[in-house]
Write a protein that binds this ligand. Sequence first.
Ligand code: G3D
Length: 181
Amino acid sequence: MGPNLQKQMKDKKFKKVPQVVLMGLDSAGKSTLLYRLHRGVIMDTSPTIGFNVVTLELNKKTVFTVWDVGGQGSMRSNWRYYLEGCKAVVFVVDASDRTRMEEAKTALKTILSDDNLEDVPLMVLANKTDLPNSMELKEVCQQLDLESCTNRVWEIQACSALKGLGLEQAFLSVAKLIHKQ
Ligand code: G3D
């Protein structure tokens, strides 16, 4: 699967627009987020077993190819295959689940240590902020140890994929981060 994916990502069709990789633990809300953004509706999602790829056109100037990479443990070893040539990483975290923040931190550090991601901007999306027990951004920052991320531009934004809140704004910010870098 890895080499095929690499080949596909080098395909001219996918090279035309900046590639953004959507990552995060399983159940963080990646698929919900992507479908919500892409189609403006909530789709039934099942744990992502392979990958979803969509072209996301926010406006005439802001178009991305977004790769939604499976977040389950068995899929994580494949993450590196998606990273070559990507212009930004969007890391989705379930801000209502304190029990998995350590796991999310470790996963994020592993992703960012990949050579392909040197200098690549990072957007952290604190998802599920519609839930009453969700963490404030400050706490998410602390739990993920984002302050130690000094070698790249990064930003954190709150969103609710379920309600479609904060998503467009976040991806417009991703475009700005790419530009900044
Ligand atoms: P994944 O693609 O990261 O694995 P999914 O995650 O998009 O499949 O979402 C996992 C579960 O979280 C789904 O619920 C989905 O509806 C829910 N979810 C996603 N985003 C939000 C959000 O912003 N707020 C709330 N409250 N729930 C969200 P189920 O019940 O289908 O497992």
